[in-house]
Design a protein around this ligand. Structure first.
Ligand SMILES: [Zn+2]
Length: 158
């Protein structure tokens, strides 16, 4: 069981390859179905329509097969909905060290988070601007730092 959990937790996000699905907070549970004896991995999708989820499902099954569970099942739960607040501190640190600005915490009272909180992952300056709503993937936006002129990806808060 521990090997199954470790194998699933080590699967990396196909779009942001520096962080694992556990870092992202989308790995909900790894259990054995008492009826079938099969390992069941439960995940919650990130951004709606993110094509990466199909890749993640395939990668989880492949990782579990390598760990000795060739008949593992991957289930998807949509409630409660994933939010960028589920990204772990370790995940945020890995994003920052890869030059990707982590998402700001989202306020749950319906107030849109201040995009002013986006800081340059290279120099830390808050003097940044959004160049494009879509960066290298639909889940990221392209930003630029006015202080050091470097463009960077920002994982959108959700
Ligand atoms: Zn900068």
């Amino acid at each position: 069981m521990n090997s199954a959990r470790e194998a699933a937790a080590a699967v990396v996000d196909p779009e942001i390859r520096v962080i694992t699905i556990e870092d992202l907070g989308i790995l909900r549970s790894v259990e054995v179905d008492p009826g079938t004896g099969r390992v069941v991995v439960t995940i919650t999708p990130t951004y709606t329509g993110c094509p990466a989820m199909d890749v993640i499902r395939a990668d989880i099954r492949r990782a579990l097969a390598v760990a000795g569970h060739p008949d593992a099942e991957v289930r998807t739960v949509h409630s409660p909905a994933w939010s960028t607040d589920w990204i772990t501190d370790a995940g945020r640190a890995k994003l920052a060290s890869a030059g990707i600005a982590p998402p700001a915490p989202v306020r749950r009272d319906g107030v849109v988070p201040l995009t002013l909180a986006v800081r340059c992952p290279r120099c830390g300056s808050p003097d940044t601007e959004q160049l494009s709503r879509f960066g290298s993937t639909a889940c990221k936006a392209l930003w630029r730092c006015r202080a050091c002129s470097e463009p960077f990806d920002h994982v959108k808060a959700l």
